[in-house]
Ligand binder design. Sequence first.
Ligand code: URA
Length: 432
Amino acid sequence: MRMVDLIEKKRNGQLLNKEEIQFIIRGYVSGDIPDYQISAWLMAIYFQGMLAEETAELTLAMAQSGKQIDLGKYGLHCIDKHSTGGVGDKTTLIVAPLVAACGVKIAKMSGRGLGFTGGTIDKLEAIPGFHTELSEEAFLKQVADIGLAVTAQSADIVPADKKLYALRDVTGTVNSIPLIASSVMSKKIAAGAQGIVLDVKYGSGAFMPDIEQARTLAEIMVDIGNKLERKTIAILSDMNQPLGNAVGNSLEILEVVDSLQGTGPADLLEVCLLLGSWMLIAAGKTDCVGEGKRLLQKALDSGAAWQKFCQLISAQKGDLLKVQNKELFLAPYVKTYQAPEDAFIQNIDAGLVGRAAMMLGAGRETKESTIDFGAGLVILKKTGEKVLTGESLLKIYTSDAQKAESSMDILRKALVLGQERPVLPMANTIVV
Ligand code: URA
């Protein structure tokens, strides 16, 4: 087999079979096939797409490119959750303790942020001392002991995705349904959870621009998971405006604390309760969303979910006192943006907000960039709210005054004001 023939085959819109896909993935991971040929192949997929069975074969080949964890072998039945990425998306840190407090085991491998979307591991590293790199043994022991562990994905799990994702990021090929589906599902399959709940986001702050494309992506991933005997469910959720109010690592952890103490933003809690109920359904704890939400609300109201989060921090050596006292580092240069007129907020473009937060220092422009955990912004008024002249609409935090000016320019564009009361986006209730 020659890689150039397989590139041409895909370029011409033909199907690749299992052996061909395995040849490509094995060759890329071993270093026999160079980046430039894989780049051409990725671009051919970007334009020609893949059929569902090709995407499933690609997912399997990627999952098999490294170590696969068999949680069942350790007597663990776990439920996993994955978001396709968004702005202000701190749901894992709320949902995981909530669901674990209801007696479901969560062995969560999470990623770092890249570009304008954030990553759970970066958010956790805003907690001084928190260990995000657990050995497999320590990870599984913690899941068995307290029902919950969150670790960065180790290098030996789905090495194909690590290489492919980095290449997609610099070749304009991230935004492709078969490539996203195989990237997400290969990691979920290799991580070994028996149930998977996917949060597929759509809108300006997501990889899928609209709900139709999000549904197509969700259906492909659900199909792959269920065929491999993992109970897989997806919800489609709105990412046209940032989720919750905080964007940036320390700020988001503070919002997680508020949410677990019952004072978090309503839109964030709504998505968390929906995701959490489907996780309870996947675990067999209930068979309906209403009952799931009731169980989760009980875990929230009783303080059990907050206690579970505290247990997670202590188990992974984070400074619990700093979190309990809400004393995380925040960048010193603070500026607010005030409403120039009486108006309604028509829209808050999540993609632009994500870019502004990255510019403030909260995200990575390249894989090598370092993050300022204290940088970011807090949105004080959300879409649909009426604001009066001079009222504060958002607050930014940065360590670099120059960055404040350029990101404020972006944020002024992101926050669209108008005289009409806008129609609010529909609720996140679509389940695939
Ligand atoms: N999240 C992933 O894990 N992979 C993608 O390709 C996009 C979002």
